[in-house]
Ligand binder design. Structure first.
Ligand code: COA
Length: 529
C-alpha cells in the first residue's frame, strides 16, 4: 500500500488546491456554454415546437440514475463555433448495455455539422469500433455547415463509411430521427442497422422540395418526399414509426434490449476504495510545472485500496512503473516523477510495456513530462535510440491504453507517454495540463538565438528591442496554445476532467474497453538497444 506523504495542512498544498479550484471554476463556466446550446432564443423556439433538447433526449434514453461519460464537451472551444460544436457525445448505459451515444443539438445553427462536429462524430465512431460498443445516433441536423463545407464535405464521407464498418464488425448501429436529416444526413439512417422516425417530425430526404424543383422540376412537399410515415409505409427506410419523441426513445431502448449484447472482456474483481480521499487530488500539482511532484500520491487516490506493486523502483526513478487495480480492473501504470525522461527510464518503460502485453494488461499513462533529456552526455549515451525504443513499444503495444495528462506534456515525452497520436483508447486532461513542442520560454528563446545568428550571418545588427517584443508575443501565444481548453477544443483529448473524478472516469473507460476482448500481443518493430 502506498503511504502518502502529502500534508493537507501545508501552505504548498493549500496554494495548489486553491489554484486548481480556480481552474475548475473556469472549466465549469466553459462547460455551461456547451450545455446552453444555441442560447435562450433558440432553446425557447425549440421547446415551443414541443421538442426535447439534445441532453434531455439522452437522459431519457439511458437507464435511470446511470452515469453518462460525456466526451469532448469543449469541442470547438476557441473557434468561431459554439463550445460543444452542436453535438453531445458520450458513453451511456441503455438497458444495461454501454453504448456510444451522439445527439445533434438543433438549437445550434440548426444542428449543422461544422469541422469540429465532424471530428467529434468521427471520434465517437472510433470509440464504438475500438471498444465494441453499440452506436446510437439521435439525429436532427441541418447537415453540413454550408459556409465551412470545404473543411467537411470530403472528409465527412467517413461518417457513413464508419457506420457500415461498425455494422460489418458486428457492432449494432441505431438511428433515432427526431427532425431534419437531409442530404448527407439521410445516409445516417440509411447506413444504420435500426432506424426509428418520429411521426410528423422526422424528415429524411436526399434533397428537400426546393432542391428537387431545381434538379428535376418536380413539385413535392416534405412529407411525401421524406416524412416518417412515408418511410415507414412506402420506402421501408424506417423500421419503426414513433408517435412522439418519448415513444422514439422508448423504442430505442427496446432495440438495445433485444440486441442480446454481452461484454467479451474480463470481469472485474470486487472493488475497493482507495485509502486516501480523492479530494486531496486537488492539492498535488504545483502551479509551476517545473516543480516536480510524486505521482504515487495520485496513484494512492485512484487505485483500489491504494495498492501499487512497483516495478523496478530503484532503476530509472524518474519514471514510476507498476501494477494496480482500478474498480477491480488490472492496469499497468507508467507515471512521470521528475519530469525528464532519460535513457534508463526509456529502457524501463520499454520492458514494462512488453510485460503488460505478455499478460494482456491495459496500460495507464500519467503524464507530467518535459520530454527526453538533451545535452552532449545524453546524446552520446544514446538518448535518441532509447527514446525511440520506448516510442516503438508504445506504438506497437496492442493492449488498451489510457492516458491522463496531469501536468506538463512537452516534446517527444508526449509521444513516449502515449499522447493523442498514439491512439490511447481514451485521453483526458486535468485543468493543470499543458502540452506543446516545448515550454513557451524555451521556444521563444530558441527563436531568438536562431534570429540573432541569422542576422549576424547577414552582417546585420540584431534589433534587441524587436527581439524582446517577439519573445513576449511568442511566449504568450505558445502558452495560450498549450492550455487544456484550447487543446480540448481541437479534440486533442476526450475532455478536461476534475482530478477528483479521475478514478470514476478511468473505471468507466476500463468497463467500456472490456466490452471487447483484450487483443493478443503482436510484434514490435526493430528495437535498437
Ligand atoms: N449551415 C449553416 N447554417 C445553418 C445551416 C447549415 N446547413 N442550417 C441552418 N443554419 C443556420 C440558419 O442560417 C439559422 O441561422 P440564424 O438564426 O443566425 O439566421 C440557424 O442555423 C437556425 O436555422 P433555422 O432555419 O432558423 O432553423 P429551423 O429549426 O427552423 O430549421 C433546418 C432547421 C435545418 C431545417 C433549416 O435550417 C435548413 O433547412 N437548413 C439547411 C439544410 C440543408 O440543406 N443542408 C445542406 C446539407 S448538405
Amino acid at each position: 500500500m502506498i503511504r502518502s506523504r502529502l500534508d493537507p495542512a501545508s501552505d504548498d498544498y493549500r496554494r495548489r488546491r486553491e489554484a486548481m479550484l480556480a481552474k475548475l471554476a473556469d472549466l465549469d463556466a466553459e462547460h455551461a456554454k456547451a450545455v446552453a446550446g444555441g442560447g435562450e432564443k433558440y432553446v425557447e423556439r425549440h421547446r415551443g415546437r414541443g421538442k426535447l433538447l439534445a441532453r434531455e433526449r439522452i437522459e431519457l434514453l439511458v437507464d435511470a440514475d446511470s452515469p453518462f461519460l460525456e466526451l469532448s464537451p469543449l469541442a470547438a472551444w476557441g473557434s468561431e463555433f459554439q463550445v460543444g460544436a452542436g453535438m453531445v457525445a458520450g458513453i451511456g448505459v441503455i438497458e444495461g448495455v454501454e453504448c456510444v451515444i451522439t445527439a445533434n443539438d438543433p438549437t445550434v445553427r440548426g444542428g449543422a455539422s461544422n469541422p469540429w462536429t465532424l471530428k467529434k462524430s468521427l471520434r465517437a465512431a472510433d470509440i464504438a469500433l475500438q471498444n465494441r460498443l453499440p452506436y446510437v445516433n439521435l439525429v436532427e441536423s441541418g447537415g453540413a455547415d454550408l459556409p465551412t463545407q470545404k473543411e467537411i464535405f470530403i472528409p465527412g464521407g467517413r461518417i457513413f463509411r464508419d457506420l457500415t464498418r461498425l455494422s460489418a464488425a458486428g457492432i449494432p448501429t441505431v438511428a433515432l430521427v427526431f427532425g431534419n436529416s437531409t442530404a448527407g444526413g439521410a445516409y445516417v439512417p440509411g447506413m444504420s442497422d435500426y432506424v426509428v422516425m418520429v411521426r410528423e417530425r422526422a424528415k429524411v430526404f436526399l434533397g428537400g422540395p426546393p432542391l428537387v424543383k431545381m434538379a428535376t422540376g418536380e413539385e413535392s412537399d416534405d412529407e411525401s418526399l421524406g416524412g416518417a410515415e412515408m418511410h415507414a409505409r412506402v420506402s421501408g427506410l424506417a423500421d419503426h414509426l414513433a408517435q412522439d419523441e418519448h415513444d422514439a426513445l422508448r423504442i430505442g431502448r427496446r432495440i438495445v434490449r433485444s440486441l442480446n449484447w454481452h461484454k467479451q472482456g474480463i470481469t472485474p474483481l470486487p472493488t475497493q476504495e482507495p485509502k486516501y480521499p480523492a479530494d486531496e487530488l486537488l492539492g498535488i500539482v504545483p502551479e509551476d510545472l517545473k516543480v516536480p511532484f510524486d505521482p504515487r500520491e495520485v496513484i494512492a487516490r485512484v487505485a483500489d485500496g491504494s495498492e501499487f506493486e512497483e516495478f523496478k523502483p530503484l532503476y530509472g526513478a524518474s519514471l514510476v512503473t507498476g501494477w494496480a487495480r482500478i474498480h477491480g480492473y488490472p492496469v499497468g501504470v507508467l507515471a512521470n516523477a521528475q519530469g525528464v525522461l532519460f535513457s534508463e527510464e526509456s529502457q524501463k518503460a520499454t520492458q514494462f510495456i512488453q510485460l503488460a502485453n505478455q499478460s494482456r494488461t491495459p496500460l495507464l499513462f500519467l503524464q507530467n513530462t518535459t520530454g527526453y533529456m538533451v545535452g552532449k552526455d545524453y546524446e552520446q549515451g544514446g538518448i535518441i535510440k532509447h527514446g525511440a525504443m520506448m516510442i516503438n513499444a508504445v506504438s506497437n503495444s496492442t493492449v488498451p491504453h489510457l492516458t491522463i495528462v496531469m501536468g506538463a506534456s512537452y516534446g517527444a515525452g508526449n509521444y513516449g507517454m502515449c499522447g493523442r497520436a498514439y491512439d490511447p483508447r481514451f485521453l483526458f486532461s486535468w485543468p493543470s495540463a499543458k502540452s506543446a513542442v516545448m515550454g513557451p520560454a524555451q521556444l521563444a528563446g530558441v527563436l531568438s538565438i536562431v534570429g540573432r545568428a541569422s542576422a549576424q550571418a547577414r552582417g546585420q545588427v540584431y534589433d534587441e528591442e524587436a527581439d524582446a517584443a517577439m519573445r513576449a508575443m511568442v511566449e504568450a501565444q505558445i502558452e495560450a496554445e498549450s492550455l487544456p481548453f484550447f487543446l480540448s477544443g481541437r479534440l486533442y483529448d476526450d475532455g478536461v476532467i476534475d482530478p477528483r473524478d479521475t478514478r470514476t472516469v478511468l473505471g468507466m473507460c476500463l468497463s467500456a474497453i472490456n466490452s471487447a476482448p483484450v487483443p493478443p500481443a503482436a510484434g514490435f518493430g526493430v528495437f535498437r538497444p
